[in-house]
Ligand binder design. Structure first.
Ligand SMILES: Cc1cc2nc3c(=O)[nH]c(=O)nc-3n(C[C@H](O)[C@H](O)[C@H](O)COP(=O)(O)O)c2cc1C
Length: 212
């Protein structure tokens, strides 16, 4: 098999994709074509996984009653998180994800089968958490592919994992990892929203590596 050559201008474009991938909190209401969503989830499944176990489990959440229950769980967890913080301005950001949950036309819950038969246990004897890492790699692949398709993804983690698994009637062997809001973003930016809002910024001194 001949590996394709990825020319310099493609690599420059890919760098721009990494730069412009955003966690999106405000969505347009128009739906994404089913074929596009299917394609993106198929692309996500090209991610690497320990022992080729492919432990990610993507679940589209379409039922309004389930979405409402997830939203209520977020509201409860968010309120608890805010109550635990005093003296900062986190309240300013409290509603951001609520907006995404209300506006995004598509919701995708991501689980990990923590002990999948596929892969026959290879590579995870000493670090069983590698299945979760594998599933997170699939999420990142989905995120990048969605960005390339002009879509936005918003990762919601202020949720109670056990309650979400019950709401979504997940397989008992699955661990809840992420709730993704998906749709067309209201705006594009090359900088994280939390940086634009003055909450946090990328560390300008952090390099990708150290030498020992
Ligand atoms: C594991 C994980 C969990 C996250 N959970 C939340 C969340 O609950 N709420 C939220 O607003 N953003 C969440 N985010 C998004 C981050 O805030 C965002 O990635 C970060 O601010 C950098 O922005 P960017 O993704 O646009 O570069 C999460 C991101 C990751 C990787």
């Amino acid at each position: 098999m001949t590996c394709p050559v990825f020319p310099t201008d493609f690599r420059d474009t890919l760098d721009r994709l990494f730069l412009w991938r955003r966690d999106v909190r405000h969505f347009r209401p128009d739906p994404v074509a089913e074929a596009t969503l299917d394609g993106l989830l198929a692309t996500a499944c090209l991610a690497p996984s320990v022992g080729l176990s492919e432990p990610w489990r993507f679940m589209r959440v379409d039922r309004p009653d389930r979405r409402a229950a997830v939203r209520a769980d977020f509201a409860r967890c968010n309120a608890e998180a805010l109550a635990a913080r005093t003296g900062d301005d986190s309240g300013r950001y409290a509603a951001l994800k609520l907006a995404g949950l209300d506006q995004a036309p598509h919701h995708v819950a991501v689980f990990c089968d923590a002990d999948p038969r596929q892969g026959r246990g290879l590579g995870r004897m000493t670090m069983p958490e590698t299945t979760v890492w594998s599933a997170v790699m699939a999420i990142h692949t989905f995120w990048l592919a969605a960005t390339a398709a002009g879509l936005g993804v918003g990762w919601v983690s202020i949720l109670d994992p056990d309650r979400i698994a019950r709401i979504l009637d997940a397989d008992p062997d699955w661990t809840f990892l992420a709730y993704l809001c998906v749709g067309y973003p209201q705006e594009h930016a090359d900088t994280p929203e939390l940086e634009r809002q003055g909450w946090e910024r990328r560390d300008p001194h952090r390099r990708g590596w150290i030498i020992r």
